[in-house]
Ligand binder design. Structure first.
Ligand SMILES: *Cc1c(COP(=O)(O)O)cnc(C)c1O
Length: 336
């Protein structure tokens, strides 16, 4: 099976399982799990943030961030196709009494800052209080540039907004830009990233920010049911991932770009300019996509919707199989 649905489908390697089995653990609710403490310290150091907290998922991290930054009746601004607005069950509204203000994003995940200035509510009882701006990188595989991040930072300073980065795949962004992760995170007040995606851990996510913000997030994590006990076992996988699986994200990018090159010989299938990290999208209609999915399935290839994602469990040989399968599909469609 060649599973291109997501980078969440990776299974822990033998080496990762070995460090999990050997992990020193304690009760993390007492702050006594040495492996969790090491992961949190390591993460904060790497990202150049004061503190970090281990959470169950990216969704939990994002929700804790919004609940910590905002009060009931506050508003957060996020892209209308951003994960934090679209794919997290409306958690911030349901559990926090926070109003989302969705805004259009470009294909590269940028919010137009001039348009945004007009959406910030005046200090008047008619309006919710605009408090936070959420950005996402990578966004559907696209990387926010350092220049854009710096402009967003200035914008937030000018308008007194806190800036949260949903960086589920921010390590892919850092590797694509060729910079240490701290070059990206220096611009934001808080950042969430997933250990369970390209980094290859079986579960978990990290949320980082100031000491005060993380203290507040710890309280929210408890309320959300996310305070767990001997979680040094999954945290060991997270440490292993930070040590061994960051630089290798470049392999996933090379594979995705090679896949894009191969598929671009088929007219109008994909836009290879858009592929910078590990995700690519088919640009064909739903009917054709459905036919291609059926064709791929017969060749043992699985994709999700129009999305193909490379990851730890996909090698260069798999990419060749996918390209060859797509070419056969194209031939059969031409004959039909
Ligand atoms: C996957 C993802 C999340 C949520 O992570 P989960 O661990 O699946 O809850 C948040 N934001 C983005 C951009 C993601 O891709």
């Amino acid at each position: 099976m060649i599973d291109l649905r997501s980078d969440t489908v990776t299974k822990p390697t033998e080496a990762m399982r070995a460090v999990m089995a050997a992990a020193e653990v304690g009760d993390d609710v007492y702050g006594e799990d040495p492996t969790v403490n090491a992961l949190q310290a390591r993460t904060a150091g790497m990202l150049g943030m004061e503190a970090a907290i281990f959470t169950a998922s990216g969704t939990q991290s994002n929700l804790m961030a919004l609940l910590s930054h905002c009060q009931r009746g506050d508003e957060y601004i996020a892209g209308q196709n951003a994960h934090i607005y679209q794919f997290e069950g409306g958690g911030a509204a349901v559990l926090g009494g926070l109003q989302p203000q969705p805004v259009p994003l470009t294909l590269s995940g940028e919010i137009d800052l001039d348009a945004l200035a007009g959406l910030i509510k005046p200090d008047d009882p008619h309006f919710a209080r605009t408090k936070a701006l959420c950005i996402e990188s990578t966004y559907y595989g696209a990387v926010l540039s350092l220049d854009y991040l710096s402009r967003v930072r200035s914008f937030c300073d000018e308008h007194k907004l806190v800036l949260h980065l949903d960086g589920a795949r921010v390590f892919n962004a850092a590797v694509a830009l060729g910079v240490p992760i701290s070059e990206i995170t220096q611009y934001v007040d808080s950042v969430a990233f997933c250990l369970s995606k390209g980094l290859g851990a079986p579960m978990g996510s990290m949320l980082c920010g100031t000491r005060g913000f993380i203290d507040s997030s710890l309280r929210w994590r408890k309320m959300l049911g996310g305070a767990m006990r001997q979680v040094g076992i999954p945290a060991a996988a997270g440490l292993y991932a930070l040590d061994h699986n960051v630089e290798r994200l470049a392999d996933d990018h090379v594979n995705a770009i090679r896949l894009a090159e191969g598929l671009s010989s088929i007219p109008a299938l994909i836009d290879k300019q858009r592929v910078n990290t590990n995700i690519l999208f088919l640009e064909i209609d739903d009917h054709k996509t459905a036919r291609l999915r059926t064709h791929f399935a017969a060749d043992g290839i699985t994709i999700s919707g129009q999305r193909l994602v490379t990851h730890l469990d996909i090698g260069a040989a798999d990419i060749d199989v996918v390209i060859a399968s797509a070419q056969r599909f194209y031939e059969s469609e031409r004959v039909a």
